[in-house]
Design a protein around this ligand. Structure first.
Ligand SMILES: [Zn+2]
Length: 321
């Protein structure tokens, strides 16, 4: 039995996994594409414990294994096909889905159920082995969120959150993206962001902000670009870091359009979601399976953990993109 592929349209998706039984079959095929293998003894014969065919018992050693073990779906009270819909809606590149939209579209009675599902799926986007950006990278910061008018401009701080963004230069396009909520635009903070996210020795393009000055002494090939010099040359100063500015602008439209603005507490989680989607925009199948936990073995998160840790900026493992 081959590992299942990704449904290309909503209609195809609905035909493929119309109910919990089909979802269970999908999970079985994803977990054991070559047929059942007992995790304890490695034998291949098993029978379903109940009619739902979720739990299988090894014929040799009698160990019972659930098709949902190690996935976000394990021991959930929400129907599997509802989870599949949520993961499907989150793994298609744009525009994503808000908790309110999910609640309405899937007919869930409680907003909290939709909200918890989305956050659990977002947690599955976390990859502890996050890799550094390489070769050539554009870095900048921006303000995100809030509704405050009349900020002093520049790097003045209001209700908005400050976010550092790094984008790989790949020909005329963009490679991988990293985004982190930061406390300030100081040299300590910004160089820490670069060191955490960009391989030493890489070319780093920034604007002329002082805080980036020490990058060249930290082993980076730093190329500061001066906005006023660009303006004097008749160039558009916004075009000096085109990839990072495009990324920031897309991020802001996505946050505004899909999520109607995001509270500061959870902003990092949304940045991670954006990074995840952007990094897998050409591989939605991988995104779908990762979200359901079919490849990674992330510990599932409970509603209480999500609420208790907020964005979890300190303890949160890094994310792949
Ligand atoms: Zn066994």
């Amino acid at each position: 039995m081959p590992r299942p592929d990704f449904p290309r349209t909503i209609v195809e998706f609905q035909q493929r996994v119309p109910d919990d039984h089909a979802c269970t079959e999908y999970l079985f095929q994803s977990r054991w594409p070559e047929g059942f293998v007992c995790p304890r003894c490695g034998r291949g014969q098993a029978w379903p414990v109940a009619k739902r065919r979720v739990v299988w018992e090894c014929a040799a050693c009698h160990r019972q294994t659930s098709v949902t073990a190690g996935t976000v779906l394990h021991k959930t009270h929400t129907p599997l096909h509802v989870w599949f819909w949520a993961a499907y809606l989150m793994s298609t590149p744009t525009p994503g889905v808000s908790a309110l939209q999910l609640q309405r579209q899937l007919g869930l009675s409680r907003y909290e159920t939709a909200w918890t599902m989305l956050h659990k799926l977002r947690r599955a986007m976390v990859n502890p082995e996050r890799e550094h950006l390489t070769e050539e990278v554009e870095v900048d910061e921006c303000f995100v969120g809030g509704h405050e008018a009349g900020l002093r401009g520049g790097r003045a701080r209001g209700e908005k959150a400050l976010v550092a963004v790094g984008v790989e230069v790949r020909g005329a396009g963009s490679g991988r993206v990293r985004m982190t909520v930061i406390d300030d635009a100081s040299a300590v903070t910004l160089t820490a962001f670069v060191r955490k996210n960009v391989t030493a020795g890489a070319i780093v393009h920034t604007d002329g902000w002082n805080s980036y000055r020490s990058l060249s002494t930290l082993g980076y090939d730093h190329h500061p670009r001066n906005q006023s010099a660009a303006r004097r040359r008749g160039e558009d100063p916004d075009e000096i870091l085109p990839r990072v500015h495009r990324t920031i602008s897309n991020l802001k439209s996505w946050l505004q359009g899909t999520h109607r603005g995001v509270s500061g507490e959870h902003l990092q989680v949304y940045l991670d979601e954006y990074t995840f989607r952007f990094g897998r925009r050409r591989t939605p199948m991988a995104a779908f399976q990762t979200l359901l936990g079919l490849q990674s073995q992330q510990q599932p998160t409970t509603y209480r953990q999500i609420v208790a840790t907020g964005s979890g900026a300190q303890s949160r493992p890094d994310l792949t993109g």
